[in-house]
Design a protein around this ligand. Structure first.
Ligand SMILES: Cc1cc2nc3c(=O)[nH]c(=O)nc-3n(C[C@H](O)[C@H](O)[C@H](O)COP(=O)(O)O)c2cc1C
Length: 339
C-alpha cells in the first residue's frame, strides 16, 4: 500500500505526494475580490514547502456569495491575472494548484442581501435570506460553470466545489435548510437537484481528463439533518453525475459543534464514503500528526490527507513529517542547508 509521500494520479492529475493543503479563507482579498500579495506569499510558501496539491480557499462564484467582503472572487475577468501569478509560481515548484468554488448562500456577509433555498436562518449572525427563484438558481448554476471555465483558463489543475459547512450547495442538500416544495426541494432526489445541476454544468466546461472534486459535510450533527448513511447515497449520485473525488468534512449547517473533536475525527467519513460509494476520498481534520496521516493513507482509509491549521503553523509541515516518517524529501536547494 502506498504511503503519504508516494505519488498519486487521478485522471489527468498527477501529484508528487498525497498531501493537500486544505482550503482556508484568509480574508485578505481586496473588496473587489482580487487577490493580494498575501495570497501570493501564503500559497507560494506552501509550494516551496513541497505540498502535492494546494487548494486555494473558498472563492466566490458571484459577489453576493462571499463569506466576507475580503474573500477571493472568481466571478470576473479582473480576478484572473492575480490568481494566475499564484498558480504559475506553484507550478514552478512542482505543486498542483486547485481552487475551491464557493457560494455562501445564507452565510454570506456582503453589501447585498443574502439568498438561500428557503427564507430561513439558523444563525443569529446571519440575516434571514431571500428565497431564490428558479430563475436565480439557474443563474447561480451558470456562475459556477463560468467560474470553473475561468479556473481552467487561469491554469488550475482541478477545482473543488464547496458543498460542505452549511454553504449554498449544502443548504440545498439539507432538510434543515431546504423547505422548498418545487423541483429543488422536498424529496431526497429534489434536494440533490441543485448540486447535480452544478456538477453537470461544471463538468461541461472542464477538460475530460481534469478530475472534479467536491467537499461535503458527511454529517450535520442533528437527528433531522444529513447523516453519513444519507451522504453515502448522495455521493453515489454525485459520482454518477461526474464527481471524481470527495473531500470529507462535517458540520456547519447548524450552530452546533461535533460531540467530540480528536485527531482524525473525520477519517471515519472519508473511509465510509470511499467504501460505500466506491470513490476516491480526501480525509481532513486534525491529521497533522505525521504517523496518523501516514496511517490513513497506508490503510486505504482515504487517498489524500488534507492539512489545514498544521500548514498555517508551519509552511514546511511536509518536510517535518517526512523527517519523522524517515522518508527522503527534498526542499529547494536554497533551503538544503537548513536540514
Ligand atoms: C482559518 C481557516 C479557514 C478555513 N476556510 C475554509 C474554506 O475556505 N473552505 C473550507 O472548505 N474549509 C475551510 N476551513 C476548514 C479547513 O479546510 C479544514 O477542513 C479544517 O481546519 C480541519 O482541518 P485541520 O484540523 O487540519 O485544520 C477553514 C479552516 C480554518 C482554520
Amino acid at each position: 500500500m502506498a504511503g503519504l509521500f508516494d505519488p498519486y494520479t487521478i485522471k489527468g492529475l498527477s501529484l508528487k505526494n498525497r498531501i493537500m493543503m486544505s482550503p482556508m479563507c484568509q480574508y485578505q482579498a481586496n473588496t473587489d475580490g482580487t487577490v493580494t500579495d498575501w495570497h501570493f506569499v501564503h500559497y507560494g510558501a506552501r509550494a516551496i514547502g513541497g505540498i502535492g496539491l494546494i487548494m486555494l480557499e473558498a472563492s466566490a462564484v458571484e459577489a453576493r456569495g462571499r463569506i466576507s467582503r475580503h474573500d477571493i472572487g472568481i466571478w470576473s475577468h479582473e480576478h484572473e491575472a492575480g490568481l494566475k501569478r499564484i498558480v504559475d509560481f506553484g507550478h514552478q515548484y512542482g505543486s498542483k494548484m486547485a481552487i475551491q468554488l464557493a457560494h455562501a448562500g445564507v452565510k454570506a456577509e456582503t453589501d447585498e442581501p443574502n439568498v438561500a433555498p428557503t427564507a430561513l436562518s439558523h444563525f443569529e449572525r446571519y440575516a434571514v435570506p431571500q428565497e431564490l427563484t428558479v430563475g436565480e438558481i439557474t443563474q447561480i448554476v451558470g456562475a459556477f460553470a463560468t467560474a470553473a471555465e475561468r479556473a481552467v483558463r487561469i491554469g488550475f489543475d482541478t477545482v473543488e466545489l464547496h458543498g460542505a459547512h452549511g454553504y449554498l450547495i449544502n443548504q440545498f442538500l439539507s432538510p434543515l435548510t431546504n423547505k422548498r416544495t418545487d423541483e429543488y426541494g422536498g424529496s431526497f432526489e429534489k434536494r440533490l437537484r441543485f448540486a447535480l445541476d452544478v456538477i453537470q454544468a461544471v463538468k461541461g466546461v472542464l477538460p475530460a481528463e481534469m478530475p472534479l472534486l467536491l467537499r461535503v459535510s458527511a454529517t450535520e450533527y442533528s437527528n433531522e439533518g444529513i447523516d453519513i448513511h444519507e451522504m453515502v447515497k448522495m455521493v453515489a449520485a454525485f459520482k454518477q453525475a461526474g464527481v471524481d473525488m470527495v473531500d470529507c468534512s462535517s458540520g456547519g449547517t447548524l450552530p452546533v459543534a461535533p460531540p467530540a473533536i480528536y485527531p482524525g475525527y473525520q477519517v471515519q467519513f472519508a473511509d465510509a464514503i470511499k467504501q460505500g460509494a466506491d470513490i476516491p476520498t480526501i480525509a481532513v481534520g486534525l491529521l497533522d500528526t505525521p504517523a496518523l496521516a501516514e496511517e490513513v493513507v497506508r490503510n486505504n482509509r482515504a487517498d489524500l490527507v488534507a492539512v489545514g491549521r498544521g500548514l498555517l503553523r508551519n509552511a514546511h509541515w511536509a518536510k517535518v513529517a517526512a523527517q519523522e516518517l524517515k522518508v527522503t524529501f527534498e526542499l529547494p536547494n536554497s533551503y538544503a542547508r537548513a536540514y
